[in-house]
Design a protein around this ligand. Structure first.
Ligand SMILES: [Zn+2]
Length: 327
C-alpha cells in the first residue's frame, strides 16, 4: 500500500474521531429564537428537595460559600501536582453511609433554581450504544446572555458549579482531554430515597465490555468491587480551574466545586454533567482520552469510565424530574 494512502487513512480516522468528539459543545441559540428568560437568581440552597426531614447537618457538612470560593480561587499548579493524574485506579472500602434517608438535591449551577435548568440545556442527553465513545453522554448547561445584555448569544464562564448530591470525590481531572478540569463525585445508591431509585430507572449491571478498537485503551489492573453495592457517579466537566479536591474527600450538596469554563474539549463555556451508575467505592484518580501527555493509567481509567460498560449512563435530568414530582 502506498504510504500516502496509509497517511490519508490515518488522517481520516483521526478526523472522524475528532468530529464526533467535537459534538460535545454548547450550541448557541438560533437568532430566530426568542431570548432565553432571565435566570432566576435565588439563594444556592433554595432549590433543595428533601424527600423527608433531613438529618444531615448542612452547617456541619457544607463549608460556607465564601470558604469554598476561596478554596477554588486558590486552586494553583500545586493542586494540579497533588491531583495525582496518574494515580492507579483502585477500590477503597465503601464508606459507611453518613447520611440517612433524607438526601438533598441541589442545582449544579450557583444561583440557578433547578426548575430553570431545562432552559439552560445547550446539548441534551443523547446516549450512544453501550461501549461507544460517541457523544452525547451527558447534559450540557450553558449560561447564555439574554434579555438585552450586551453578551446576548454568547455563553459565559464563571458561574459557580456546585455539587448536586452529597458524596465523595472519585476522580480529580486536571487539564485532560476531553473533560478538561473535572470532578467525579460518588453517591452510594443506598443513600438515595426509594422513590428516586424508581424514577431513575437504573439499568441492571452489565458485564464489562471489551475495549472498542476505535479507542486506545491500555491494559490496566482489573478493578475489584462488590457487585452487590452500586453508586451514582456525577461528573462535572470543563471547569475553569482544576478542582481543589482529592479522591475520597467528602462533598456536600450545594458545595462549590469550581466554576463554568471551557477546559478540555469545549468550544463554548458550559457545564458537562455526566451521570453513571457503577460499582461502589471506585477511585479513578484521573482519566484521559488518548493523548500523548496522558499516562497509560489515565487512558485506561477513561476507558473504564466511558466505554467498558462498568459505568452505565443515566439521564441526569431524571434527578430533577424526581424533585418536581415531590413538590
Ligand atoms: Zn457535554
Amino acid at each position: 500500500m502506498p504510504m500516502g494512502m496509509l497517511t490519508n487513512r490515518k488522517t481520516l480516522a483521526c478526523l472522524s474521531v475528532l468530529v464526533s468528539l467535537a459534538a460535545c459543545q454548547a450550541r448557541t441559540p438560533s437568532p430566530t429564537l426568542s431570548p432565553a428568560p432571565p435566570i432566576q437568581q435565588t439563594a444556592p440552597t433554595a432549590p433543595a428537595v428533601v424527600a423527608s426531614p433531613s438529618p444531615m447537618s448542612s452547617a456541619a457538612q457544607t463549608p460556607s460559600a465564601a470558604a469554598s470560593a476561596a478554596a477554588v480561587a486558590n486552586a494553583t499548579t500545586t493542586v494540579v501536582a497533588t491531583a495525582t493524574p496518574g494515580a492507579l485506579a483502585t477500590t477503597v472500602a465503601t464508606p459507611e453511609p453518613s447520611a440517612a434517608p433524607g438526601l438533598q438535591l441541589c442545582s449544579p449551577l450557583q444561583g440557578v433554581d433547578w426548575a430553570v435548568l431545562p432552559e439552560m440545556i445547550s446539548n441534551p442527553f443523547h446516549p450512544p450504544r453501550a461501549g461507544s465513545d460517541d457523544p452525547h453522554q451527558a447534559v450540557d448547561f450553558a449560561d447564555i446572555g439574554a434579555d438585552g445584555l450586551p453578551l446576548q448569544g454568547l455563553a459565559l464562564t464563571g458561574r459557580g458549579v456546585q455539587a448536586v448530591l452529597h458524596g465523595r470525590v472519585a476522580a480529580v481531572v486536571a487539564s485532560r482531554f476531553p473533560y478538561g478540569n473535572a470532578l467525579l463525585v460518588e453517591t452510594p445508591l443506598e443513600l438515595l430515597p426509594g422513590a428516586w431509585l424508581e424514577a431513575l430507572s437504573l439499568p441492571t449491571p452489565a458485564p464489562t465490555l471489551a475495549a472498542i478498537p476505535a479507542l486506545t485503551c491500555p491494559s490496566a489492573e482489573p478493578l475489584e468491587y462488590d457487585p452487590e453495592k452500586r453508586s451514582l457517579y456525577l461528573l462535572y466537566a470543563h471547569l475553569e480551574a482544576p478542582p481543589a479536591f482529592e479522591p475520597g474527600q467528602e462533598v456536600g450538596c450545594g458545595d462549590l466545586i469550581g466554576s463554568v469554563g471551557m477546559s478540555g474539549n469545549a468550544l463554548n463555556p458550559h457545564l458537562h454533567l455526566e451521570a453513571r451508575v457503577g460499582p461502589a467505592g471506585i477511585r479513578l484518580g484521573s482519566m484521559a482520552h488518548y493523548d500523548t501527555s496522558a499516562t497509560p493509567q489515565e487512558m485506561a481509567n477513561y476507558c473504564q469510565w466511558r466505554v467498558s460498560g462498568l459505568f452505565q449512563l443515566v439521564d441526569p435530568m431524571l434527578l430533577w424530574g424526581v424533585g418536581e414530582a415531590e413538590e
